[in-house]
Design a protein around this ligand. Structure first.
Ligand code: GLA
Length: 383
């Protein structure tokens, strides 16, 4: 596996959540331009990833994958060059099965050939799906593609997408830099949408489904909670909580909205550098839940220099009056052996969405949190 491609969780954009297979080169070029003009690149978003549907329904006479000439009249190499010309990176999608989830050619039996094609185009990121994989062993299939990418000798970040079915957090650390932990996300707070043979999941369904695998995350191997739904129709409060949680959980931050129509609130949220610094913290420790009582979820993430990020989320439909007593308990991370020793030490407290300092931990933390909203704070030891 290529080393050092994801010291912190990868950041970027993926076409699937909003566009499905309705993708083309204009969309990619516009998105690349917007990465620059909206300031997304400046805060660290750098991968532009085309998901399923970029290829023709058949391989060519030599068995090569071909970019659909109707969607990409100038070919994939020219598009990759355009994205690279903006100082950004480019990603593509394929599948471990013979066909992709949308019925296009997958890489089964063509792994080395496809890896060479992607490398020749200058592709920097490969999302590798899991449809049509009957009788394939997941670990083996992903190892095959990892080895094929290595052989092609162009550094490509390998994003594993087998939906958590085979528990990749137990075996994928040396295979890919990130692995999906669930079936597809959908644009809601806590719903399940049943599609018959599979379901897609709201934000809190994914969080709760996989709250016990934080041991597996770290630099260059991240639990991927899926492309984000920020800006796709949830309330402002829900988008804020969703984004806060993906940061607390050290998930890759892959945008899933249409940047051409995104409003200023959405862009301000996604480019909040105080929040993003939680995700980019060099320790790369994934956060965990401290409690969920009385409709309040409390989550923390240890950061370097003894600091912590802490999120209080109001799960109820009415305002929540927070009155948090720092003296009442010490928060301990038993896996990484850290604690917020607020009984014996004083910590400064900063609200990362309001961009303001709050009273320090010698006094109770009091505020109103609206329905499905979050108070996200940085907790630092006072010198
Ligand atoms: C699967 C993946 C999605 C997306 C689609 C494309 O469902 O989990 O993220 O890539 O396939 O068909």
């Amino acid at each position: 596996m290529f080393k050092g491609l994801a010291e912190t969780p990868p950041m970027g954009w993926n076409s699937w959540n909003t566009f499905g297979t309705d993708i083309n080169e204009k969309l990619v070029m516009d998105t690349a331009d917007l990465f620059i003009s909206l300031g997304l690149k400046d805060v660290g978003y750098d991968y532009i990833v085309l998901d399923d549907g970029w290829m023709t329904k058949e391989r060519d006479e030599n068995g090569n994958m071909v970019a659909d000439p109707k969607k990409f009249p100038n070919g994939m190499k020219a598009l990759v060059d355009y994205v690279h010309g903006k100082g950004l990176k480019f990603g593509l999608y394929s599948c471990a099965g013979a066909t992709t989830c949308a019925g296009f050619p997958g890489s089964r039996g063509h792994e080395y050939q496809d890896a060479r094609t992607f490398a020749a185009w200058g592709v920097d990121f490969l999302k590798y799906d899991w449809c049509d994989t009957e009788n394939l062993n997941a670990q083996g299939a992903y190892e095959t593609m990892r080895d094929a990418l290595a052989k092609a000798e162009y550094p490509i970040l390998f994003s594993i997408c087998e939906w958590g079915d085979n528990e990749p957090w137990n075996w994928a650390k040396d295979i890919g830099q990130m692995w999906r932990v669930s079936g597809d996300i959908t644009n809601c707070w806590d719903c399940e949408v049943n599609h018959g043979s599979w379901s897609s999941w709201g934000v809190w369904k994914i969080i709760n489904m996989r709250k016990d695998i934080r041991f597996a995350a770290g630099p260059n191997h991240w639990n991927d909670l899926d492309m984000m739904e920020v800006g796709n129709g949830m309330s402002t409060a829900e988008d804020r909580s969703h984004f806060a949680m993906w940061n607390i959980l050290s998930s890759p931050l892959i945008l899933g909205n249409d940047l051409r129509t995104a409003n200023a609130n959405t862009i301000n949220l996604l480019t909040n550098t105080e929040v993003l610094s939680i995700n980019k913290d060099s320790l790369g420790i994934q956060g965990f839940r401290v409690s969920n009582k009385d409709d309040l979820e409390i989550w923390v993430k240890p950061l370097s220099n003894g600091s912590w990020a802490m999120a209080f989320i109001n799960m109820s439909d009415i305002d929540f009056d927070l009155n948090y007593d720092w003296q009442a308990s010490i928060i301990e991370d038993s896996i990484y052996n850290r604690k917020i020793d607020s009984k014996n030490k004083t910590y400064t407290v900063r609200d990362l969405f309001a961009h303001k300092d709050l009273v320090n931990s010698s006094q109770n933390l009091k505020t109103k949190i609206k329905k499905h909203d979050v108070l996200l704070i940085l907790v630092e030891e006072k010198n």
